[in-house]
Design a protein around this ligand. Structure first.
Ligand code: DON
Length: 310
């Protein structure tokens, strides 16, 4: 296993020059494009890693899977999905176009507009970000996980597209709270700092129907895990979700910080990190690591018997 992971990293290094670090959030422009890391945690709790696996980065859109868990726990299925749909968009993660031309309800919780609407469902009650951070720490198994204040402030300052979408939704009474409150929580959720082992620990809980792989303790309800993993398949890689499904075939979610988290059903959690992104905002290095692991460990959900590479 360790050899395969080392080989995956070496394979991915051949592609990382093609990536571009996100700059639309100025603080993310400081990411080192040479960082590449991966961590894999099996259902038995065995952990493997390689490269810059302990390098911290911000979750960005990976947080959308966790804010969806929190919203479903807090206000339930009917409320959340009265605000946001469950269909792929085929548009960029920060696109505003469908909000105006199709429906003011954002199409799914994995795009920015959908995640802002989801965050608005978490705002009622005391200390919403504190509750979110507690959930992240539990899912990732690390008590010291915290906010990257510099990235949060940078996002808050630069997030004009998100602000435009939030106000558009507020104008149609889609948000559960004031636009600025929903945005503030959303920006903080995106700015939580983690490393690949944190995310692999989370992904193996998803792979194990919401239960901790070693203790067996239930962390997330099964129906919520099913929804989150399904949306990772259909929308987790944005307008690259279809191609990722064919080439890698693992429920996954990317973030512009350079991370991708992937949950191999009943088997393992994997997280990979490399800050350079493709045109759709998905990390090129992390994508290639997952592609390699899927092919060499036979992880595609429709693996079959023919090893033809596409
Ligand atoms: O709101 C944003 O644009 C970022 N905080 C998150 C976007 C993101 O991670 C898209 N992912 N690939």
């Amino acid at each position: 296993m360790q050899q395969t992971i080392d080989d995956a990293l070496a394979y991915a290094r051949g592609f990382i020059k093609e990536g571009k670090v996100a700059t639309y959030i100025p603080e993310l422009a400081k990411g080192n494009p040479d960082h590449v890391g991966v961590c894999l945690v099996t259902k038995k709790g065995e952990t493997y890693h390689a490269g810059d696996w302990q390098q911290e980065f911000t979750m960005q859109s990976i947080s959308k899977t966790m804010s969806l868990i929190l919203a479903l726990e807090l206000v339930g299925y009917d409320k959340v999905f009265s605000k946001v749909g469950v269909e792929p968009t085929g548009d960029a993660f920060n696109s505003i176009v469908k909000l105006e031309t199709k429906t003011l309800h954002p199409l799914n919780p994995m795009i920015n507009a959908g995640a802002i609407a989801t965050a608005s469902c978490c705002v009622g009650g005391e200390d919403p970000f504190g509750r979110f951070l507690d959930l992240v720490r539990t899912l990732c198994g690390r008590d010291t996980i915290t906010l990257n204040e510099a990235v949060y402030l940078s996002e808050k300052k630069a997030g004009m597209r998100n602000r435009a979408m939030a106000y558009l939704m507020q104008s149609e009474n889609i948000l559960e709270c004031d636009a600025e409150e929903a945005l503030d929580l959303y920006f903080k959720m995106c700015s939580v700092s983690i490393h690949t082992q944190d995310l692999a620990n989370y992904a193996v809980i998803l792979a194990n129907d919401g239960c901790h792989p070693v203790t067996g303790e239930r962390i997330v309800e099964s129906w919520i895990v099913r929804i989150v993993k399904t949306l990772m398949v259909t929308c987790g890689m944005y307008d690259g979700s279809g191609e990722f499904a064919i080439k890698v075939g693992i429920p996954a979610k990317s973030g512009v910080g350079g991370g991708i988290v992937a949950s191999v059903e009943g088997q393992m959690g994997i997280a990979a990190f490399c800050p350079g992104l493709d045109a759709k905002g998905n990390s090129i290095g992390a994508y290639r690591i997952l592609e390699y692991l899927s092919r060499h460990l036979n992880l595609h959900y429709f693996a079959g018997t023919d090893k033809k590479v596409v």
